[in-house]
Design a protein around this ligand. Structure first.
Ligand SMILES: Cc1cc2nc3c(=O)[nH]c(=O)nc-3n(C[C@H](O)[C@H](O)[C@H](O)COP(=O)(O)OP(=O)(O)OC[C@H]3O[C@@H](n4cnc5c(N)ncnc54)[C@H](O)[C@@H]3O)c2cc1C
Length: 430
């Protein structure tokens, strides 16, 4: 074999896996279709949830990210119709981090490419797979511009080539698609002032969502995620619709003296895609190639880092020792269930329905109940499995707490409904 592992795609998932395998002493081909080491993904909000903090620390990525200017967020405030859920900053919830992909992707490629054992092959587009007589995947064929085709062989091929994964298509891996009923746009500001609590804010507004986050270089990112019934408004006059939406956020950022430093970035349709992460003998999928989730909860980069590490943890030793990989790939499959559980919930959320009674109860209770607020933050940061929040004890307490709060504040079920969001006819309480 030419290599122990071939990894297709040198972005978040691929560079992470290559770094981990290289450090474990393996021979790794890291194959990337882009020629330019500075190439980066543009359609990404790059907010990496706190649940990934441990992995980033362990890999030694956290400090270099901070050194390149990444903003660290220790607590997001969440707006509710009963007041803000204020983050406690008591260290119970791991911090999130944000570094624009124009800085993050080259950094990760630099780290992976400098890792002994890793051969970074830029400008190599994978166009075919190599199979043995038993139909196990044993390698890839790449096309490298003018220089023709190269065949590479390894015991394990890893598809880290994003949500349209060529590797998965070539291996005929079925994909499971689910609709996303929101669209999204964001931009960056210099000199914006946040007015909500915490070092960033989230507004779940009926069927719509908005966020305000600090990113690298002192910039502030303001993103809107409206339900698709608002698309005509944004299609007609995108910038004006965005400005209106942001201006009506309760305790939203002050932008009057701020300078917008990019045009609006976003997409009007981004379906959720899921594939079996261990679909064929000799093949594993990581990052978006395995699960491309709704961008609203900002999970994808974290899943890419984490799934890459889970795969390397499960398979590095058997690869080094020449042992059979089947059992270790099953181990990776089991780890991936953490993502599957959140993805199942995320797919329901992506339908952009109005908040259900449980969501309302949890958010209402979290305004005054410290434990529920901590659990909600751990859930939102994907720092623990969904049961940290969605368990019978918490649910009962949330309903009891939210009933008490509603009756104390004299609000009725009807008056707490928030059906419209801040667009046309939204009627935001301010
Ligand atoms: C609008 C939007 C906003 C988002 N915001 C956030 C956010 O705020 N936070 C968050 O955590 N996630 C966010 N995400 C998700 C995040 O961008 C992805 O989950 C993440 O980029 C996945 O990383 P990856 O390494 O798996 O794939 P990618 O980053 O897509 O990388 C795939 C790599 O494979 C290479 N490649 C593809 N085909 C081939 C081939 N045939 N041969 C060789 N190389 C190939 C590509 O060039 C690329 O380098 C967002 C996504 C969208 C669409």
């Amino acid at each position: 074999m030419d290599y122990d592992v071939i990894i297709v795609g040198a972005s978040i998932a691929g560079c992470t896996a290559a770094t981990a395998y290289g450090r474990a002493g393996l021979r790794v081909a890291l194959v990337e279709r882009q020629r330019n080491p500075q190439a980066h993904k543009t359609l990404c909000g790059h907010f990496v949830l706190g649940g990934t903090h441990d992995v980033l620390q362990r890999l030694g990525f956290w400090q270099p990210m901070v050194a390149r200017g990444a903003a660290v967020t220790t607590g997001l405030g969440m707006w509710t119709e009963h007041g803000w859920i204020v983050p406690r900053h008591d260290g119970a919830v791991p911090p999130a981090i944000s570094l624009r992909r124009s800085k993050l992707d080259p950094l990760l490629r630099e780290i992976a490419g400098a890792t002994p054992g890793v051969e970074l092959m830029l400008g190599h587009r994978v166009v075919d797979l190599v199979r043995d007589d038993a139909d196990n995947i044993r390698g890839v064929v790449t096309r490298n511009g003018g220089t023709g085709s190269t065949e590479l062989r390894a015991r394990l091929v890893v598809g880290a080539d994003g949500h349209h994964s060529t590797v998965a298509r070539l291996a005929e891996v079925p994909e499971n698609r689910a609709p996303n009923e929101r669209f999204l746009f964001w931009t960056y500001y210099e000199g914006a002032t946040m007015n909500g609590p915490g070092d960033g804010q989230v507004w779940p507004l009926g069927r719509d969502v908005a966020v305000c986050i600090r990113v690298d270089s002192g910039l502030t990112q303001v993103g809107v995620f409206p339900a698709k019934d608002r698309l005509p408004e944004f299609t007609a006059e995108r910038d004006a619709a965005y400005d209106r939406f942001v201006a009506r956020l309760p305790d939203g950022p002050s932008l009057a003296g701020a300078r917008r430093v990019s045009h609006l970035i976003g997409t009007t349709d981004y379906p959720c895609i899921r594939r079996n992460p261990v679909p064929r003998p000799g093949l594993a999928l990581i990052g978006d190639a395995a699960t491309a989730s709704d961008p609203v909860p900002a999970v994808g980069c974290g899943w890419a880092f984490r799934s890459a590490v889970w795969l390397a943890d499960a398979t590095a030793a058997p690869l080094a020792q020449g042992r059979d990989l089947r059992q270790s790939l099953r181990g990776y499959r089991r780890s991936h269930r953490f993502i599957d559980a959140y993805d199942a919930l995320g797919r329901r959320e992506a339908l952009a329905g109005p908040p259900n009674p449980l969501q309302r109860a949890i958010r209402t209770a979290a305004v005054s109940d410290r434990d529920i607020s901590r659990r909600l933050a751990l859930f939102a940061m994907r720092a623990e499995s969904p049961s940290v929040l969605l368990n019978p004890k918490v649910v009962i307490r949330a309903f009891a707490g939210s009933r008490g709060r509603r009756s104390r504040s004299g609000l009725t079920a009807a008056s707490t409904r928030y059906p419209e969001g801040p667009g046309e006819g939204g009627g935001l309480p301010s």
